[in-house]
Write a protein that binds this ligand. Structure first.
Ligand SMILES: *Cc1c(COP(=O)(O)O)cnc(C)c1O
Length: 341
C-alpha cells in the first residue's frame, strides 16, 4: 500500500484531515452499528448538549509502525475503559469497550496510508470522543449522543529531542477534590487555557497544579502526570483522586519495577519535598516523557541535578525502555501491543 507523500520527519503536532473517520450515534436508548465516513464535518442543532453544557469527553492514543512493519496501538483497552469512566461521570451512555477497540481498528485501517513509517519519529494520533447532540436547554443530560474517532499524523512532540522544561507552580486550580479531575473531560481543558496562556507569556512551558484543598501537594500539569526519581533510585508518582490516571504513567511504573528493577511508590507528594528529588518528568501519550529541569515556585527555583541540557539518566532509561516496547524492539508484557495490520 502506497503511503501518502508527506515529509514524515518534519511533521508538527497539529490536525491534518485524513481520508476516513468513524461515527456511531446513540438514539432511543441504543448505539447504531456505526460506520466509516469521509465527511470530517458535523452538523448539529444550535442547542445541542455539547454546546450548551459541555457534555463531552475524549481519549487520546497512537498507532505506529513497528520495526517489523506491523501497525499497532498501545494498550487501547485502557483507553476504552477510561472512556467508560468518563462517560459515566458525565451521565453519558457507555460506548462498549470491545466496540471502542473495533472502532479504533477500523479507523486506523481506513487511514493506513497515513500511518507514519517506522523510524520517522512520527506517529498516527487517534482521537476518540463522545458528545451530547440533541437540544438541551434545561440543565440535564442529552438523550442522543455521537461517538467518533478521527486520526491525524503527528511529528515527535519535541522537535530535536526532549530538552528539559522550566515549569511553574500555578495559583490556579485544575480540578476540585471531588470534581472531574480523574476523567478525560473537555471541560477540564477549557478552564486550563487561561493559566497555560499566562504561563507561556511568562516563559514557562507548563503549570504544576497543587491540590486545591490544602495547596501543599503535587497533582499534575494540564495534560500530563508527574514522575519523580529519588536520589536512591525510587520512582515516585503522586497519588490523588483528582489526577487523571495516565496510561503512560501506569505503564512506566510497571516498566520501572519489572524491567529496570526499581522500587516504585505511588503516594502523596508534598511540594516541600520536591527539591529533594534527583529527577522530574511529565508523562502522557503525546510526548511519552518530557523531562523537567526547573520548577519555579513564586520566585523560588527548584533545580534538579539532572540540569537543563538533557534528560536525567533514569528518565532516559524509562523513556528508552517504554518506547522500545512500543516500537517492537523490546519484548512487551502480555496484551500491551495491539496489532491492527
Ligand atoms: C490525557 C491526560 C494525561 C495523560 O494520559 P495518557 O493516558 O498517558 O495519555 C495526563 N493528564 C491529563 C489531565 C490528561 O488529560
Amino acid at each position: 500500500m502506497e503511503k501518502k507523500q508527506l515529509d514524515w520527519s518534519n511533521l508538527g503536532f497539529g490536525y491534518m484531515q485524513t481520508d476516513a473517520r468513524y461515527v456511531s450515534t446513540f438514539k432511543n436508548g441504543a448505539w447504531d452499528e456505526g460506520h466509516i465516513t469521509d465527511d470530517p464535518n458535523i452538523t448539529l442543532n444550535e442547542c445541542a448538549g455539547v454546546f450548551q453544557y459541555a457534555q463531552t469527553c475524549f481519549e487520546g492514543l497512537k498507532a505506529y509502525t513497528t520495526e517489523d512493519g506491523h501497525i499497532v496501538t498501545f494498550r487501547p483497552d485502557l483507553n476504552a475503559s477510561r472512556m467508560v469512566d468518563s462517560a459515566k461521570r458525565l451521565e453519558m451512555p457507555v460506548f462498549p469497550e470491545e466496540r471502542f477497540i473495533k472502532a479504533v481498528e477500523e479507523t486506523v485501517k481506513a487511514n493506513e496510508t497515513w500511518v507514519p513509517p517506522y523510524g520517522s519519529g512520527a506517529t498516527l494520533y487517534i482521537r476518540p470522543y463522545m458528545m451530547g447532540i440533541n437540544p438541551v436547554i434545561g440543565v440535564k443530560p442529552a438523550d442522543e449522543y455521537m461517538f467518533r474517532v478521527f486520526v491525524t499524523p503527528v511529528g515527535p512532540y519535541f522537535k530535536g529531542g526532549a530538552k528539559p522544561l522550566t515549569i511553574r507552580v500555578s495559583d490556579f486550580d485544575r480540578a476540585a477534590p471531588c470534581g472531574t479531575g480523574n476523567i478525560k473531560a473537555g471541560l477540564n481543558y477549557a478552564m486550563s487555557l487561561y493559566p497555560i496562556v499566562k504561563a507561556h507569556e511568562e516563559g514557562y512551558a507548563e503549570n504544576m497544579y497543587l491540590d486545591p484543598a490544602t495547596r501543599t501537594k503535587v497533582e499534575e500539569t494540564g495534560g500530563a502526570n508527574f514522575l519523580f526519581v529519588t536520589k536512591d533510585n525510587v520512582l515516585v508518582t503522586p497519588k490523588s483522586n483528582s489526577i487523571l490516571p495516565s496510561i503512560t504513567r501506569r505503564s512506566l511504573m510497571y516498566v520501572a519495577e519489572h524491567y529496570l528493577n526499581m522500587k516504585v511508590e505511588q503516594r502523596e507528594v508534598l511540594l516541600s519535598e520536591v527539591k529533594d528529588f534527583a529527577e522530574c518528568g511529565l508523562c502522557g501519550t503525546a510526548a511519552v516523557i518530557s523531562p523537567v529541569g526547573k520548577i519555579v515556585d513564586h520566585g523560588t527555583e527548584i533545580c534538579f541535578p539532572s540540569g537543563m541540557d538533557e534528560m536525567g539518566p533514569v528518565t532516559k532509561k524509562l523513556y528508552d525502555c517504554l518506547t522500545g516496547i512500543q516500537m517492537g524492539r523490546i519484548e512487551a508484557p502480555e496484551g500491551w501491543i495491539h496489532k491492527i495490520v
